[in-house]
Design a binder for this molecule. Structure first.
Ligand code: ZN
Ligand code: ZN
Length: 369
């Protein structure tokens, strides 16, 4: 199957803002999420969306894609090339990278988006109402995402009022059945039309569908049954967490009403870029500058890794853009053992200014090569 245009996949145009792009991606990712969407091609579409977002959300890759189309995203191009650049899987969702793909979804989506589409909507006012889901974003520094972290999140959510036990009444024992609808929450209205009498069922105006009357409202929640409270809890973000995933915390959303279940909290993870390093799955990519002499003669050079500086052997005759692999020097594997690898692309620096002495040596060199 021919690859579809990434803009088409995400339904956006070329001038899309980062925010709009992210929004389009999130909506589609939710729509095609294999836990949620049981159609046969949902997983393929989900991956297609991931891949398109991975490219279009990255300035460098987007530029390459705009210029060269799909061919432009196969690597940086040029001598040596970053052949393995796409091997790490897009956005960290590639099954090859992390084992069982469904496993990840369970972890990160909690087995589906069951309550996402606004539970309670369209239901009668009467029965239990599920509390709303909440959504928030946690921005991590690059290293926090690489090594994982334990942190606290703090937000406001509606908790069931403890003063009235969620009844909304000052004295829950004094809640009376509504006289007008006799507790049913609805009333039948009869109107005369030219077709004859028509009966319609409507929400009771006296109790607003509650079926009962609270004479004295709970002073703590003003009869609302829930109160806004600050929620603080500790979370553990796993090492290697991919940018753009959503972690679901069941029961951490708003409290339900009338015995309805509590909504969930959806925590979107955003990872800040690093000055030097770039993450692809568990692997780290970076550019490193060496002198033309080092490239020619070879040398041991010190290069930074996420674990600290290491010595890397540059072989003699190294060509510009050559990529060296530092095995096991990438980030800790996301839900796995050991580390990914680090790939170092060598940038060979040609001197722009030479001292008299250096010039002499280069000139001597010119005579012999
Ligand atoms: Zn009523
Ligand atoms: Zn209350």
């Amino acid at each position: 199957m021919a690859k579809r245009d990434y803009y088409e996949v995400l339904g956006v145009d070329k001038n899309v803002s980062k925010q709009e792009l992210k929004k389009a991606y999130r909506n589609l990712a939710k729509q095609y999420h294999p836990d949620r969407n049981k159609e046969a091609d949902a997983e393929a579409k989900f991956k297609e969306v991931q891949e398109a977002y991975d490219v279009l959300s990255d300035d460098q890759k987007k530029q390459a894609y705009d210029q060269f189309g799909h061919a432009g995203t196969q690597g940086f191009g040029g001598a040596g090339g970053f052949g393995g650049f796409n091997g790490g899987g897009f956005g960290g969702f590639d099954a090859g990278d992390f084992g069982n793909i469904n496993d990840i979804f369970e972890q990160f989506f909690g087995g589906g988006f069951g309550g996402f589409s606004g539970a309670g909507r369209g239901q009668s006012n009467k029965g239990p109402q599920r509390g709303n889901d909440l959504e928030m974003t946690l921005t991590l520094d690059f290293m926090e995402a690489v090594f994982g972290l334990e942190t606290e999140i703090k937000y406001t959510r509606q908790n069931s009022c403890t003063r009235c036990g969620g009844s909304g009444a000052k004295d829950p024992s004094k809640v009376k059945e509504c006289d007008e609808c006799h507790g049913s929450g609805t009333v039948i209205r009869t109107s005369n039309t030219f077709l004859g009498q028509i009966q319609t069922r409507a929400t009771c105006p006296t109790c607003h569908g509650e079926g009962k009357i609270v004479r004295e409202k709970c002073p703590a929640c003003n009869g609302e049954t829930t109160r806004d409270e600050t929620e603080v809890f500790k979370i553990k973000v796993p090492a290697g967490v991919p940018d753009g995933v959503t972690i679901r915390y069941q029961g951490k959303g708003n409290a339900g009403k009338k015995g309805g279940t509590t909504g969930d909290l959806f925590l979107n993870i955003e990872v800040k870029p690093h000055d030097i390093f770039e993450r692809r799955g568990n692997d780290i990519y970076m550019d490193h500058e060496i002198s033309s002499v080092t490239a020619t003669l070879g040398a041991d050079v010190r290069v930074p890794t996420v674990h600290g500086d290491v010595t890397m052997k540059v072989p003699s005759g190294t060509q510009p853009e050559h990529v060296l692999k530092l095995k096991g020097r990438g980030g800790p594997k996301f839900r796995g053992d050991g580390n990914g690898d680090q790939y170092v692309r060598l940038k060979v620096k040609i001197p722009t200014k030479l001292s008299k002495e250096q010039k002499k040596i280069w000139e001597q060199l010119a005579k012999v090569i």
